[in-house]
Design a protein around this ligand. Structure first.
Ligand code: MN
Length: 417
């Protein structure tokens, strides 16, 4: 046990009582808490290295968006992670900062040191240890009993130093259910305040993911003393769907990354989960306390700083989400943007609807753009410009200059013809 004076011991006990109240409050509340792991799991993506200053900028943007906690790094793994965490202390005030640790005392000590200076209720550790047969036999060479002991001991060690202790059985989705429940029970008994369910290799489907969480809620006797967090990888393109299904089973915390960046096929995308919850409150009844108007700029910031660009069709943040070239859609959007959009650009802080002029455009969009450029043509003139667009080589972008030039040619033709 760590040495504490009488006042220190009293304060610590009071803090633990408050902690239990907070857990009870979160479990009863409908709110889905977002735990962002862009700066840790996201940064693990090959090619996505972030400097400490970049991490701070992203952390500030995540704080502004309303994220509840930040998986800020893995102090035992690198000096740069410690540096990044220290830069956040005193600057990032609202989200809880957590540090990743193996079930090793040295890792927990490194986290304790890295998080020095952050108030007790705003600092935590996130412990992980493989539990699946594959991890037990091939990675750790440990029996089930040895794993249970290791988890209980390291969680207890962490709980003496941190009020917030998350424990995740790595490769949970390929772990025997009975053993998984046993590990959760032991971790909670040892002082874990959150238990994670990581689908480490992204193998689950929504129905199976939901079933797992229901089983955990029903078969871990002390589950009411901890929050349930889910962490999905996107190897089957199902990370967001799996996350949403688990929310229906009472998952309290969703772990996500911005733009879904992360190992292999990445993680559940924060902006997609937040928008699905926001647009379908009738289905989930679980509000996301995320300021959605911050999402599109957040997506662009992460793309810029990680160098992992957004595909044009990436939900929420992609360049094409509010752009269309199709004539019928353009006509509809001009009459009322809701005709062809699930939500307005301003709801995610995007720039606005963009009508792309190209071969698939219709008369109305071309006339609209020409009008915006101050070029007034009659119906025949607009039609002639549209015909001219269709004759251009397919890789030719129709920018405003091209459009002006085509309009001029049409007018000239009319005069000379
Ligand atoms: Mn992961």
């Amino acid at each position: 046990m760590r040495k504490r004076g009488l006042l220190g011991r009293l304060g610590w006990r009071v803090s633990h009582m408050i902690k239990d109240l907070v857990i009870g409050h979160h479990r009863r509340s409908d709110v889905v808490l977002f735990s962002d792991t862009t700066l840790r799991d996201g940064e693990q993506m090959p090619g996505a290295t972030l400097e400490p200053g970049d991490k701070l900028r992203i952390a500030l943007a995540l704080e502004a968006a309303g994220v509840h906690s930040l998986d800020a790094g893995f102090p035992a793994s690198s000096r740069a992670d410690i540096e990044a965490i220290q830069q956040m202390i005193g600057v990032i005030k609202k989200p809880v900062l957590t540090a990743l640790c193996r079930t090793v005392r040295g890792d927990i000590d490194a986290a304790d040191e890295a998080l020095t200076g952050n108030p007790p209720h705003k600092r935590g550790v996130s412990l992980f240890c493989g539990t699946s047969p594959l991890h037990r036999e091939h990675k750790l060479q440990k029996s089930k009993a040895e794993i249970v002991r290791l988890v209980a001991e390291s969680v207890a060690y962490a709980a003496e130093r941190f009020l917030i202790v998350a424990f995740s059985p790595e490769d949970a989705s390929r772990t025997e259910r009975d053993f998984l429940c046993e590990v959760y029970r032991e971790a909670i008994d040892a002082g874990a305040t959150t238990v994670g369910f990581p689908d480490t290799v992204g193998i689950l489907t929504p129905a199976k993911a939901r079933d797992f969480i229901r089983h955990v809620q029903d078969h871990v006797p002390n589950i009411n003393r901890a929050l349930v967090a889910v962490h999905f990888h996107n190897d089957l393109g199902l990370a967001v769907a799996n996350t949403l299904e688990c929310i229906k089973e009472g998952a309290n915390v969703v772990q996500c990354t911005v733009n879904g960046i992360g190992e292999r096929a990445g993680n559940a995308a924060l902006e997609e989960v937040a928008m699905a919850l926001t647009l379908h409150e009738d289905e989930f009844g679980r509000p996301a306390k995320i300021d959605t108007t911050k999402l599109a700029p957040l997506c662009r910031l992460v793309a810029e700083l990680t160098g992992i660009g957004l595909t044009p069709n990436k939900p929420v943040g992609g360049a094409n989400i509010f752009a269309t070239e199709a004539g019928i859609h353009q006509d509809g959007l001009l009459k009322n943007p809701d005709t062809y959009l699930p939500y307005r650009p301003e709801q995610v802080g995007a720039d606005g609807v963009r009508l792309v002029i190209g071969r698939h455009s219709g008369r109305r969009a071309v006339a609209h753009r020409l009008d915006e450029l101050g070029v007034i043509l009659d119906d025949d003139g607009v039609l002639a410009v549209l015909e001219a667009i269709k004759r251009l080589p397919k890789d030719r972008a129709i920018d405003d200059d091209t459009l002006r030039e085509l309009a001029r040619t049409v007018v000239d033709d009319k005069v000379t013809g």
